[in-house]
Design a protein around this ligand. Structure first.
Ligand code: ADP
Length: 496
């Protein structure tokens, strides 16, 4: 052996195709605690490897050397004389030497790196665990925040519609309802933001008529009554106005943009919603307002989560999530959303471009809310452990002409299904104190197989929805449950 090889600060090893060790330098012998003569005496290279290293030698290292003549940056463990595993990085080359093939390898010890890698792996696992914990916390928080909103929203809706109440009381109930809805929407935004951050926002695409969707969205913005005189004007100029998309999510985008335009425009101002085709197969919706405008230095940041363009939050409210969520939704639709403004005080324009579809022959996804004329005279089983939600729901359902039997736990519900059986439908919370609603529906279906069942939960994740349906629920409502929505859903499931 060349003495220079012995002085190298790394290992050198050469072995023949039959595995016999031909040469090994002093450094490698020292690192592994072997005598050189001992290794050269008919020892097979595989005896140097750890158990995993031996398998790797047979399945990868040697086949690769034979196939491509060289290998680079192979990470493997050798075994010291004491049986300790020593990690190495190996580069090797196979070449002919006097009529037979030998593979010559340089081995760099990797103790430090493998230590860092282990640490990195631990850190990654800890970060993943923390991120999961954050998701779970967000889900639990939304659940806790939504639950008390359900009875508030329901009582307010019913009072607002009650003709026996004085006008003033009904107007006050409307204020309560609007604010509870606003609160629910803020919770939804936080949840959507978490979903987007985790890549869990999914779409349910179908052909959508964007003109119909825009009119409907503007109606919603108007009905939310900001108390301002801001006129919303439409110029529907696009000849092709159908897109493939998720109607509810697209509505969320335009609701955000139109609501912002109204919010940032003073009374007497105007919001114009103009649609056009760009000649390249896209529909462009431009929402232009005469409001406070956006400073050039703020423009690039307003689509980032929690950015509010340097505007004092206290003046206008909001979390600064609307545009971040809107951009994520538009991107999922392979579209673009842009903001322009000539500067403070000079209004702003938001434009959304989406690929158009030829006019569909199939029925479109409905953009209008379902009719709220519910069914009457049903026999219902209501399962809910939150006392005030249960009381209010039962009262409202009874007032709508239904017979309602209530249970606060899964066990009570099963008892009722046994003793008082034959319900027209069941409405059940998913988180019950003694069992999950998912288990309850299975038990109830064993007693009354075809019962239509609606699940209610404060968790609004798509996965929960899928799980509820998989367990046997006919449909699903996210709290806070609006009474009109419940009524429409009851109608739907009992008619089906
Ligand atoms: P939020 O409205 O809750 O603050 P958004 O994400 O919807 O959050 O908007 C982010 C920021 O973009 C707003 O705080 C505001 O500074 C700016 N912005 C959005 N729309 C307009 C508009 N039409 N006119 C002026 N500024 C706007």
């Amino acid at each position: 052996m060349d003495p220079a090889l012995d002085r190298l600060p790394c290992g050198f090893l050469s072995f023949a195709d039959d595995g016999r060790i031909v040469a090994v330098n002093a450094s490698l012998c020292a690192m592994l605690g072997h005598e050189r003569d001992e290794l050269l005496a008919e020892r097979h290279v595989q005896t140097l490897f750890s158990a995993g290293g031996r398998v790797f030698y047979q399945t990868h290292l040697f086949p690769l050397l034979k196939l491509q003549g060289e290998v680079e940056e192979i990470y493997l463990s050798l075994r010291s004389k004491e049986g300790e595993e020593v990690p190495f990085l190996l580069n090797g080359r196979r070449r002919e030497n006097g009529g037979r093939f030998e593979s010559e390898c340089v081995l760099v010890r990797m103790r430090q790196r493998s230590h860092f890698e282990t640490e990195l792996l631990h850190a990654k696992k800890a970060a993943q665990k923390a991120s999961r914990a954050k998701d779970e916390f967000m889900a639990a928080l939304s659940h806790e925040l939504r639950t008390p909103l359900t009875p508030v929203l329901m009582v307010a809706t019913v009072m607002e519609m009650d003709p026996t109440l004085p006008e003033e009381a009904r107007a006050q109930a409307a204020v309560i309802r609007r604010n509870a809805e606003l609160e629910a929407r803020l919770i939804d935004d936080l949840l959507d933001h978490t979903r987007i951050a985790n890549g869990k926002l999914s779409l349910v695409p179908a052909p959508v008529d964007l003109h119909a969707l825009l009119s409907h969205t503007a109606e919603i913005v108007k009905s939310e009554g900001t108390g301002k005189r801001v006129e919303i004007r439409f110029e529907k100029e696009a000849a092709e106005h159908h897109v493939e998309g998720d109607a509810a999510r697209l509505q969320q985008v335009f609701w955000n943009v139109i609501k912002n335009a109204v919010k940032f425009t003073a009374s007497g101002g105007e919001v114009r919603v103009v649609t056009s085709n760009d000649g390249e197969g896209r529909l462009v919706v431009r929402v232009t307002d005469t409001g406070i405008g956006i400073a050039p230095e703020a423009l690039p940041h307003i689509f980032n989560a929690f950015e509010q363009g340097g505007i004092s939050t206290r003046t206008f409210g909001g979390l600064g999530l609307g545009l971040a969520i809107s951009r994520a939704i538009v991107n999922l639709h392979h579209g673009t959303i842009l903001a322009e403004s000539a500067g403070p005080g000079r209004g702003a324009t938001f434009s959304v471009a989406l690929k158009t579809l030829p006019v569909p022959a199939a029925p479109e996804a409905p953009v209008a809310p379902p009719p709220i004329m519910g069914p009457a005279g049903l026999r219902l089983l209501l399962v809910e452990d939150h006392d005030s939600t249960r009381d209010v729901l039962a009262r409202i359902l009874r007032r709508a002409g239904h017979e309602v039997l209530v249970a606060g736990t899964g066990a009570e519900a099963i008892k009722l299904a046994r003793s008082a059986g034959n319900f027209d439908a069941m409405i059940s919370d998913l988180g019950l104190p003694d069992q999950s609603g998912l288990d309850l529906i299975k038990a109830i279906r064993a007693l009354q197989p075809a019962i239509p069942a609606i699940a209610m939960s404060g968790y609004g994740f798509e996965e929960d929805l899928r799980r509820a349906k998989a367990a046997g629920f006919t449909d699903y409502l996210v709290k806070p449950v609006s009474f009109n929505h419940l009524r429409a859903l009851l109608d739907q499931v009992t008619r089906a």
